[in-house]
Design a protein around this ligand. Structure first.
Ligand code: CO
Length: 319
């Protein structure tokens, strides 16, 4: 992606950030993101709801307030599939309603394999943009959803589990990151960087944050919340290809303690759908942030590591 040199462009793709930010005036910037994917669960309403929550997540990760969305639909023209599309759109609409945003249009194409998602647009004060790039040594790293949704939805696809087995994971993926963003915004300047954990997994997104910030991170594997049953599935090799390539990718820049198992390494690299926020916060405010996240009832509010001065490894994982 080319770097755009214009003072109105506050955030572009260079920092591998969650959304684009474009300044309209000294008081206002728009924040725009887009995401869509193929179904990861069988229930079309749950799929739509997750796709909607995921599409707004990038706005929340920047600290923005959602305003509106457009649907992106690729769907088979087969009439028997139209009812399923209706349910998926209903799920997306409910996510938008909860985000306080309107769905004002969209575009659909004929496609054998269904896909659904949204373009999302939000607003933010230009001085209050929380990007990937501001993490400082000493910051503590806080995560707001547990990991493992990629491994669980792969097990569903492979018929190792049925949908009711992953009810909790569906709940977690359906949840908006609105509460996490609200907690983070209450702390103002004490939050130095944030991103949401999605396809590149926890360590992949942490890597982007550290590289954009010019810092390194130390993660305590034992402090990272993983959904129950995920480790067993990894042992049975129910691991998505994306998760394996995420691990290969972060291995380039990660120093692992010998005591961190292969199962643990894969769990920390699992490709998430609609994952939580990963927040770098000033150490003196970390316990306040955790309290605020608990008040917002985010699935978890876990301190998983810290930011350190830039070292040889971008990420160090200890037990
Ligand atoms: Co993101």
């Amino acid at each position: 992606m080319p770097h755009v040199d214009d003072p109105r462009v506050l955030v572009d793709a260079v920092t591998r950030d969650d959304a684009a930010v474009f300044k309209l005036s000294d008081e206002k910037a728009i924040v725009v993101s887009v995401d869509f994917f193929a179904p990861i669960v069988d229930d079309p309403y749950a799929f739509g709801r997750i796709a909607g929550a995921n599409a707004f997540s990038d706005l929340y990760a920047m600290g923005a307030t959602p305003l509106l969305a457009l649907n992106l639909v690729a769907w088979p023209r087969d009439p028997s599939m139209l009812e399923l599309l209706g349910s998926a759109l209903e799920g997306g609409l409910d996510a938008a309603r909860e985000a306080g945003a309107f769905v004002l249009g969209g575009h659909s194409i004929d496609d054998k394999e269904p896909k659904y998602g949204m373009v999302t647009v939000g607003e933010i004060h230009p001085d209050r943009v929380i990007s990937n790039a501001g993490a400082m040594p000493g910051d503590l790293l806080i995560l707001t959803k547990p990991l493992g949704t990629g491994i669980l939805s792969t097990a569903l696809k492979r018929d190792l589990l049925i949908e009711s087995d992953i009810r909790y994971a569906i709940e977690v993926m359906s949840e908006l990151n609105a509460g996490a963003a609200k907690a983070m915004l209450e702390l103002g300047n004490a939050v130095h960087a944030a991103t949401d954990v999605t396809g590149f997994g926890l360590l992949g997104h942490l890597r982007s944050m550290m590289e954009a910030s010019g810092k390194s991170a130390r993660v305590s594997a034992g402090d990272v919340p993983i959904i129950e049953g995920v480790s067993d599935l990894i042992e049975r090799d129910s691991v998505p290809g994306g998760t394996k390539s995420n691990l290969a990718h972060v291995n380039e820049v990660t120093a692992w303690s010998d005591s961190v198992s292969d199962v643990g390494r894969l769990a920390l690299s699992d490709a998430q759908t609609s994952g939580g926020l990963l927040i770098a916060v000033e150490p003196s405010k970390a316990s306040d942030l955790i309290k605020l996240l608990q008040q917002q009832e985010t699935p978890v509010a876990a301190q998983i590591g810290e930011v350190v001065e830039k070292g040889k490894a971008v990420i160090e994982v200890i037990d």
